[in-house]
Design a protein around this ligand. Sequence first.
Ligand SMILES: O=P(O)(O)O[C@H]1O[C@H](CO)[C@@H](O)[C@H]1O
Ligand SMILES: Nc1nc2[nH]cnc2c(=O)[nH]1
Length: 297
Amino acid sequence: MTTFNDSTKTFARMYTYDTLQDIANYLLERTKLRPKIAIICGTGLGCLAEKLTDTDVFDYETIPNFPVSTVEGHAGRLIFGYLKGIQVMCMQGRFHYYEGYPLAKCSMPVRVMKLVGCSHLIATNAAGGLNPKFKVGDIMLMKDHINMMGFAGNSSLQGPNDERFGPRFPVMTEAYDPRLLDVAKKIGRDLGIENELHEGVYTCLGGPNFETVAEMKMMRLIGVDAIGMSTVHEIITARHCGLTCFAFSLITNLCVPDYSYKDDANHNEIVEIGRGKEPVLVELVQRLVKNIHANLK
Ligand SMILES: O=P(O)(O)O[C@H]1O[C@H](CO)[C@@H](O)[C@H]1O
Ligand SMILES: Nc1nc2[nH]cnc2c(=O)[nH]1
């Protein structure tokens, strides 16, 4: 007999296809916008949502069956609006495993995006730079991820599979759209920021603690370039339901695998770094949205 842990069971009962469709309908009945592109704002990156015009704003508390944001730097609002004239929907604040939400609940808004009619997801995050070439304030375009939590048997797709979202065993070899990666690199060159722009591999750890030196050493050995506590399960859920994905990390602190390094990660500084990089991040996302829109079928 199949058994699930309690949180998975609760989730499976709570977020059925019909419940998620109800949430999507609740939103669609209250906004005239029909975006194809969804954006998730990472820690300190809520500035992206502030650029939207003619908005319909939904506080998470007001959306039936939606979780609430509990982390500083995550406003907790779903915003429909126009980014330079193009309709988008934007999560200003995401959900993390360390807040006490199962991964499926953290990723549930991605399925709502799909049911609202989105075909593309842009996910952003704040992350610690492990690759020695990275500096604070650099941007790492996510080329791939290592699903560390998945290695431990924890997945946002755990539990009964509803084929209306996607297959039981989804493929992850092109999780991050190669075309959009190329587009972002070209945007970086056009903006003259190619020296601050990297491609790399991200991993999500459960948090909320930052890493030990030994853990950083291990991550480096297995090919991780940046470490965070989000995004991977969102992308897995998004690919499962057929969204085209693009993601980047803002390097907000360095993960230096050296016991003599004393500049420890600090959440308040992480939030501040995001705010400080607003102009370039907004420009990158705006240009990317324009390109996606121009290529929509
Ligand atoms: O991944 P986002 O939401 O950007 O936030 C990152 O920053 C926070 C730590 O300061 C963690 O929540 C980590 O995941
Ligand atoms: N796990 C982890 N998450 C982060 N988010 C921002 N910086 C970091 C970091 O150094 N480690």
